[in-house]
Design a binder for this molecule. Structure first.
Ligand code: MN3
Length: 231
């Protein structure tokens, strides 16, 4: 029996998306990839420059382009991305899958970029720090739970710290670009565990990436999300 190729071109995971097309000037309300507040190389050595270029520019860009295309001409154009993704039942069935994947991708990544920065890390303090200690016992316990759920999320997905519908902090994982917002959670912070988020540096060692990533977390930004979620 001939040896079987492990990766056929068809089964290759995560092909690079096409470069997103330029925004349509006739659709000024179209969603856009938010600009980073730091340079692509600023998260080295934890997240390398090429990963950031591809991830922020091309992967997120492709979600935005497909999200815009999916909702074009529908009354969803007047809603925010968060409103759309929080109420998928209100999305017409023929575009619901595209909106769930690409709207979710846009919202998830927009949050992800906003809670990271260079020279960050450390530990959460203030009310966020107290809530973490009271819910998980310690910040180290939260990290262990978060990294564990991120490492065992099968295939592509995300791991999140949320405020659940009961108003308590919770660590949840979601597959693909699903977002806990669709289940009534408020997102406090999250990490992307798709291979495109880490493979160039960490290859198959997702747990190593999960541990290193905490050095990029901007806890001031996370605390602001926590305060907004409580309000
Ligand atoms: Mn991603």
């Amino acid at each position: 029996m001939p040896a079987r190729a492990i990766l056929s071109p068809q089964s290759r995971p995560h092909p690079l998306p096409d470069r997103p097309s330029a925004p349509d000037p006739n659709r000024p309300m179209a969603f856009e990839v938010p600009a980073l507040t730091f340079a692509h190389d600023a998260l080295e050595p934890f997240i390398n420059t090429r990963t950031m270029e591809l991830h922020h520019g091309l992967h997120h860009g492709a979600y935005v382009a497909k999200f815009n295309a999916a909702i074009e001409g529908t009354d969803l154009e007047s809603k925010t991305a968060e409103e759309i993704i929080s109420d998928l039942d209100a999305v017409p069935e023929d575009i619901r899958g595209a909106v769930r994947n690409n709207g979710g991708g846009h919202v998830n990544h927009s949050i992800f970029w906003s809670i990271m920065g260079p020279g960050k890390g450390g530990e959460p303090t203030g009310e966020l720090g107290e809530a973490i200690t009271s819910t998980f016992g310690s910040f180290d316990n939260l990290k262990e739970t978060f990294n564990g759920k991120g490492a065992t999320q099968f295939g592509s997905g995300w791991v999140w710290l949320t405020m659940n519908p009961e108003g308590r902090l919770e660590v949840v994982a979601t597959p693909n670009q699903d977002t806990p917002m669709s289940q009534g959670h408020k997102i406090i912070m999250g990490n992307d565990v798709w291979e495109h988020a880490y493979y160039l540096t960490y290859e198959n060692r997702r747990p190593e990436y999960l541990k290193a990533w905490w050095s990029c977390v901007d806890f001031d930004a996370v605390a602001a999300r926590f305060a907004a979620a409580k309000a």
